[in-house]
Write a protein that binds this ligand. Structure first.
Ligand code: NDP
Length: 282
């Protein structure tokens, strides 16, 4: 029997699945809709119960698609959505969340993130998150695209210590966070959610990944890319897959353990950072 999907622990002590499913661009193309819904549902069957979405994706279309995919199965899901920075005033955050809940067809979001740092004072957004927590609309709140300096500013803001996770770009081609943000997050017990973990598909053609995949019977470049980010206990990955076959392939990445030789070869092909790099963002 397949091992259950491992979890990473939020500061509250709650568990978050280490491998989930992204949804950017899902719901955009009518011809792919049924495949996308089948993919998300298979992911739930396979234990990839974290679904990541945002009010931004397709102007709400991705949330509507997620709502359809999880209908009748809400209790299985760890649901993540995001508020746009320009909506993130205290009142705006509440209103954006209510609209997301309507599109998702649910009464709560497990983790609600500020999509990237904006011009609204962090205290205001945090107050909005605290209102939503008090009313049970969200269970945890967090941030996305926050670099170390942004995290320090958050730490200084009233209520900022309530942050539950930071979602950032992390894959073999974008290893900048290994220099500072990743160790900083580990020291603070804060999970990091790796977005675009297979570099939006671009990593799949890389010869180093192909070579390493052939060393592990039946493994694929996508699984090598995912196993690489999942080697950290406090990192979870949210690949987006629009077909059931891709979801099944990604799920098996949890069974792939990269060897010292694999990691050394990956370091040669994708050198780790030797100095601070500005947090990259898509
Ligand atoms: P990913 O790195 O997840 O790559 C997605 C692409 O890879 C799709 O084209 C998909 O194709 C393809 N793919 C997935 N699995 C496989 C596989 N096993 N074999 C071959 N191809 C595969 O990129 P994303 O940018 O989508 O990032 C993942 C998620 O992270 C997003 O969907 C979103 O939820 C989140 N995100 C958050 C951001 C933020 O600012 N917070 C920014 C960007 C992303 P197919 O659809 O055909 O399966």
């Amino acid at each position: 029997m397949t091992k259950p999907v491992r979890t990473t622990t939020l500061p509250s002590g709650a568990a978050m699945p280490a491998l989930g499913q992204g949804t950017w661009h899902m719901g955009d193309r009518p011809g792919r809709r049924s495949s996308e819904i089948a993919a998300l549902r298979l992911g739930l069957d396979l234990g990839m119960t974290l679904i990541d979405t945002a009010e931004m994706y397709g102007d709400g279309a991705a949330e509507v698609l997620v709502g359809e995919a999880i209908a009748g199965r809400r209790n299985e899901v760890f649901l993540v959505s995001k508020v746009l920075p320009h909506n993130a005033t205290r009142r705006g955050t509440r209103a954006a969340c209510e609209a997301s809940l309507r599109r998702l067809g649910t009464d709560r979001i497990d983790l609600y993130l500020l999509h990237w740092p904006g011009s609204v004072a962090l205290e205001e957004t945090i107050q909005g998150f605290e209102d939503l927590t008090a009313s049970g609309r969200i269970l945890h709140w967090g941030v996305s695209n926050f670099d170390v300096e942004d995290m320090k500013a958050l730490d200084d803001a009233a209520g900022g210590d309530g942050v539950a996770a930071n979602q950032v770009l992390y894959n073999l081609a974008d290893r900048g966070i290994e220099f500072d943000l990743l160790p900083w997050s580990a020291r603070h017990g804060l999970p990091v959610m790796a977005y675009s973990p297979i570099e939006q598909g671009r990593l799949l053609m890389h010869p180093a990944l192909k070579t390493i995949a052939t060393r592990h019977a039946g493994a694929t470049p996508a699984q090598v890319a995912l196993a690489f980010v999942l080697r950290h206990d406090h990192v979870c990955a949210i690949p987006q897959a629009g077909t059931p076959a891709h979801v099944a392939e990604n799920r098996a990445a949890l069974d792939l353990v990269l060897t010292e030789q694999d990691l050394a070869d990956l370091d040669r092909a994708f050198p780790p950072p030797k100095a601070k790099r500005q947090l990259a963002m898509i």
